[in-house]
Design a protein around this ligand. Structure first.
Ligand SMILES: Cc1cc2nc3c(=O)[nH]c(=O)nc-3n(C[C@H](O)[C@H](O)[C@H](O)COP(=O)(O)OP(=O)(O)OC[C@H]3O[C@@H](n4cnc5c(N)ncnc54)[C@H](O)[C@@H]3O)c2cc1C
Length: 424
């Protein structure tokens, strides 16, 4: 078997040099930035890679808003003035209330401000390979640079984890664009390219419903296909709540109710639940729903077919012919120019191709899933390899799927990294 150039060079990297290298954070979204801010404040040598707020710039359509409220959308730094409201005040942005949907553009500007204030130098390069070397790692960047790292924090978000159902996958090439028959919502920043075309949006969550609204407003002929028997909508937040109401239905960054309040207050305890219970929480705690402020742009405006499954999809005469089972429109077919899959993401370490096959293989999984099994400090079964964000949600609960989990993750990872340093 021939060794790749990278393998040969890796063999030449002395294990000591990797162990003595910096901590590397891969990804400069909310989790990467927060972890990096904490590590830098703790004077840990750290290099951070990726485009600042890259997913929010390139994997979301123009015109989208955040579903979360301002209070649940703070990045985390040890300093006290790093919140979204601090940014808005300092930058002269419009003040946000719980009733103000946050434009994605505002959140991107907040992330860039946060990076400048609390992180410092960030290398926009993408990491293409992570391999083990002694007690540390060897990394390669897409530009070819290779170097050692004592620890690696994976904060790469959902990008590589986009999921398109089997029935549609064979019609989905990698590239986006109106000429492809099927694409995933994460492939689009400009939905106006579908103006005048017939589009079926598959899914019943925020991404599906907001994409449908944007497509309709851009002049596309849209139909939403939802598997569930009905579309669920979030409730408009109540600004004034009585003491009794707060006790009966407590608030949390993810919404109201005892289950959400409990999992948000004690993500560390969630980890001690049996794996089956955690996976159930992961899948069910926050089912697909649309933000309250989106409802009037969809209901009665865009046709929505509920209780409906796609049985098969074929290309014929330049169109996609869908065979549908059930649904308010009955069993039958639908012909469209394009199918937009708003069908979510799968937590699968094997989809992270920048981790070498041997690293991926060595990462233990949460039973019943392909997500990494993590310690209380977000460390995987590969020592000094950490996973944050959604990939940590099957371990710590649904808060890790959202920006609201950044504080918990950044503090735990940093404490563990410092502990390693003290013992080296
Ligand atoms: C449509 C949509 C709407 C959402 N709305 C909300 C919301 O309202 N509120 C909320 O809390 N959450 C929301 N989320 C969830 C959201 O993804 C997370 O809360 C948040 O972005 C997670 O941050 P992250 O740092 O883990 O990932 P990301 O924000 O995805 O950042 C990952 C970063 O890693 C970089 N990267 C990836 N691979 C590499 C590599 N190999 N080398 C270098 N860099 C790399 C990417 O470029 C990106 O910058 C939404 C998600 C989607 C898809």
């Amino acid at each position: 078997m021939t060794q790749s150039l990278f393998d040969q060079r890796r063999a030449a990297v002395k294990p000591d040099s990797a162990a003595g290298g910096p901590v590397v954070v891969i990804g400069a979204g909310p989790y990467g930035l927060s972890v990096a801010a904490h590590l830098r404040a703790a004077s840990v040598p750290v290099r951070i890679f990726g485009e600042v707020m890259g997913s929010w710039r390139h994997a979301m359509a123009t015109g989208m808003f955040l579903k979360s409220t301002p209070a649940a959308t703070d990045l985390s730094a040890p300093a006290s003035r790093a919140r979204l409201t601090d940014f808005c005040r300092e930058a002269g942005e419009e003040e946000l209330t719980e009733l103000t949907p946050i434009p994605c553009e505002t959140f991107v500007r907040y992330g860039m401000w946060f990076a400048q204030q609390y992180v410092g130098t960030i290398d926009a390069a993408r990491v293409s390979v992570v391999e083990r070397a002694g007690t540390g790692f060897t990394l390669r960047l897409e530009g070819g640079e290779e170097f050692g790292a004592r620890a690696v924090v994976v904060a790469t978000g959902l990008g590589a984890l986009a999921h398109i159902p089997r029935e549609l996958r064979q019609l989905a090439p990698d590239g986006p664009g109106p000429q492809a028959a099927v694409s995933h919502t994460s492939q689009h920043t400009d939905l106006s390219v579908f103006a005048g075309r017939h589009v079926a949006v598959v899914g019943g969550g925020q991404s599906a419903l907001e994409s449908a609204a944007l497509l309709h407003e851009a002049g596309a002929h849209v139909q939403v296909l939802v598997r569930a028997p009905r579309v669920r909508w979030g409730a408009r937040p109540q600004l004034e709540r009585s003491w009794g109401q707060r006790l009966a239905v407590p608030a949390s960054p993810l919404g109201t109710g005892w289950v959400l309040a409990a999992v948000c207050r004690t993500p560390g305890a969630v980890r001690h639940l049996p794996a089956r219970a955690r996976m159930l929480l992961f899948r069910r705690a926050l089912g697909p729903s649309g933000g309250w402020w989106l409802r009037e742009r969809v209901e009665g405006v865009v046709p929505v077919r509920t209780a409906c499954r796609i049985q098969r999809a074929d290309l014929a005469g330049g169109q996609v012919r869908l065979r549908l089972m059930g649904g308010s429109g009955g069993t039958g077919g639908l012909a469209v120019d394009h199918v937009l899959a708003a069908t979510g993401y799968r937590m699968d370490v094997d989809a992270l191709l920048f981790l070498s096959p041997s690293v991926r293989q060595a990462v233990g999984r949460v039973p019943g899933s392909k997500a990494p099994r993590l310690s209380g400090a977000f460390e995987s079964s590969v020592p000094r390899l950490y996973f944050t964000g959604s990939l940590a949600a099957p371990t710590f609960g649904p808060m890790l799927r959202f920006v609201a989990g950044t504080e918990f993750a950044a503090r735990r990872v940093t404490a563990r990294v410092r502990q390693h340093e003290l013992h080296c």
